[in-house]
Design a protein. Structure first.
Length: 187
C-alpha cells in the first residue's frame, strides 16, 4: 500500500524541485540563415562562410556560427558587460566587449554586438546611428563604423531577409564585407 505513494513521490519530488530551479531567460527571437564574410587589407584576403543562428534572450544573445554543412565552429555569448567565445577548435575566450573579442580571435572585425537589432531592421538603440529610410522602411543604417544595407525584406516576417554589412579599411583594420541571407521561419 505504501509502494504506490513511494513511487509517486519519486516522480513528483524531482518535478517540483526542477520547477524551483533557476532557468535561463526564455528565447524571445531566433534568426538563422547563411553568411559569407570577407576581409581585405593588411595582408592577404581572408574569407569565411557558413550558417548562423542568433538567439535573443532579454539582454543576452547567443550567436552560433557553423560550417555550410551545419557543424558548429564557434558560439559567442553576449550579456551586459561580458562576452565569451567557445568552439571545438577555440580555446574559450572572454572579455567585456563582443566586437573586440571576435576581432582578437579572428584578426579582423565582425558585426556582433548590433547584429540582433540590425536583423530586426533597426539600429542598436544605445549607440549613435544614422538611418536612411526608403519608402516606409529603413534601407540603410550607419552604426559602429558599419554601413548596413537592408536589401530585401521578408514577406512572411516583415524583417530584413538579405543584408549587406560593410566596414571600410580604417585605423589599421582591414575592410570587411559581410552578406547575410536570413531564413523565413517554417510554417
Amino acid at each position: 500500500m505504501h509502494a504506490p505513494r513511494v513511487w509517486l513521490g519519486a516522480i513528483v519530488l524531482p518535478l517540483v524541485l526542477a520547477g524551483c530551479a533557476i532557468t535561463p531567460a526564455a528565447v524571445e527571437r531566433v534568426y538563422s540563415g547563411r553568411f559569407v564574410a570577407m576581409a581585405q587589407g593588411n595582408g592577404r584576403p581572408s574569407s569565411v562562410s557558413g550558417r548562423f543562428t542568433v538567439e535573443v534572450r532579454g539582454r543576452q544573445q547567443v550567436i552560433d556560427l557553423a560550417t555550410p554543412l551545419g557543424t558548429t565552429v564557434a558560439r559567442i555569448e553576449i550579456g551586459p558587460g561580458r562576452a565569451s567565445a567557445t568552439g571545438p577548435h577555440l580555446q574559450t575566450a572572454t572579455g567585456p566587449d563582443a566586437d573586440e573579442l571576435v576581432e582578437r580571435l579572428l584578426g579582423w572585425q565582425l558585426p556582433v554586438s548590433g547584429l540582433a537589432d540590425w536583423l530586426e531592421g533597426r539600429p542598436e538603440p544605445t549607440r549613435p546611428a544614422r538611418t536612411l529610410v526608403t519608402g516606409d522602411r529603413i534601407g540603410t543604417i550607419e552604426q559602429d563604423g558599419w554601413i548596413i544595407r537592408l536589401e530585401e525584406y521578408s514577406t512572411v516576417t516583415n524583417r530584413p531577409s538579405r543584408l549587406a554589412l560593410d566596414r571600410p579599411m580604417a585605423g589599421g583594420h582591414p575592410a570587411v564585407s559581410v552578406r547575410l541571407i536570413v531564413d523565413d521561419p517554417a510554417g
